[in-house]
Ligand binder design. Structure first.
Ligand code: ZN
Length: 293
């Protein structure tokens, strides 16, 4: 028997839910529920300095109003720090980790890490030693290549040594990096990761970490990114407006049509979901970035 599909939606609490994140929520939810799987909501709240007070609860409230039903309790990355520390310890054990004291100025922008500090390998001092109390960032040596088939973007092969190169797994400010936290949680708690294509470039590093740790690699589907009228990606960064919560149905249908699913004319949010889950087809989702409206 095939094991159960587990999907996830993992917003950062850095602003309200906007149309771009609604697309990821809708696609991951439909994908999981269409296959009778489970769907988790995970709040990626490890980057405390960037978090906006009240935004996690606002996101959960919006999801609820839009009719999303998540399984089990909401997962919080900030509760998983011991797990990330264990993963770091395992990477140290296998000599993947080195301290990096390069300033941002010293590094060529937009290029792979040139390897300046690679000989500063962190020595292994046992499973329970604390490896994250450094004055420097900790980088993970990236070796070899990864190949995977993305359900929307197709076959991908990436040379980890140049793209992205050795990545930071623990930051100088003592915070776990998004790459490490996301890799661990997706491996531990998801079988299928559906998210925006703007994150496709970070996937290879996350798979690189999973491979280094010999933990399961989920399947990926990177859905198209929605652009606003100026051609900018709809994101919190571009100050995309929050989705309206007074009347969710038109926005749900807009997201549904953006993902090129079979058109429907439901009369209510409830009816929308009754149609959407059985009708969902990942094969219909286009690969290309497009205007939202
Ligand atoms: Zn360095």
């Amino acid at each position: 028997m095939q094991s159960e599909l587990i999907g996830r939606f993992a917003p950062s609490p850095t602003g309200d839910l906007h149309f771009g994140s609604l697309l990821a929520a809708l696609a991951s939810y439909c994908d999981a529920k269409h296959h009778h799987g489970r769907w988790h909501v995970r709040i990626d709240d490890i980057d405390e300095p960037r978090s906006v007070a009240g935004s996690a609860s606002a996101i959960l409230k919006s999801l609820d109003i839009y009719g999303f039903e998540w399984d089990g309790d909401v997962l919080w990355q900030s509760h998983h720090l011991p797990r990330y520390a264990d993963a770091l310890s395992e990477l140290v054990k296998h000599q993947f980790i080195f301290t990096c004291n390069c300033s941002r100025r010293k590094l060529p922008s937009g290029m792979a890490y040139p390897g300046n500090c690679r000989d500063q390998v962190v020595p292994y001092a046992g499973k329970d030693a604390c490896y994250r109390k450094h004055d420097h960032a900790l980088r993970c040596r990236m070796r070899g290549q990864v190949s995977f088939t993305d359900a929307v973007q197709g076959s991908q092969t990436v040379n980890l040594e140049t793209d992205p190169g050795d990545i930071i797994v623990w930051r100088r400010d003592q915070l776990v990096s998004y790459a490490l936290a996301c890799a661990i949680d997706d491996s531990d708690k998801a079988t299928h990761v559906v998210r925006g294509a703007d994150l496709l470039s970070s996937t290879s590093a996350q798979i690189g970490i999973m491979q280094a740790l010999h933990i399961p690699v989920p399947q990926y589907a990177h859905i198209p990114v929605a652009l606003d009228a100026n051609g900018d990606k709809l994101s919190k960064h571009s100050k995309a407006p929050a989705i309206i919560t007074q009347e969710p149905l038109p926005t749900l249908l807009q997201a549904w049509n953006f993902l090129e699913q079979i058109p429907m004319t439901p009369g209510s949010v409830e009816e929308f979901w009754q149609h959407a889950v059985p009708a969902w087809s990942m094969d219909r989702v286009p690969a290309q970035t497009r205007m939202a409206l």
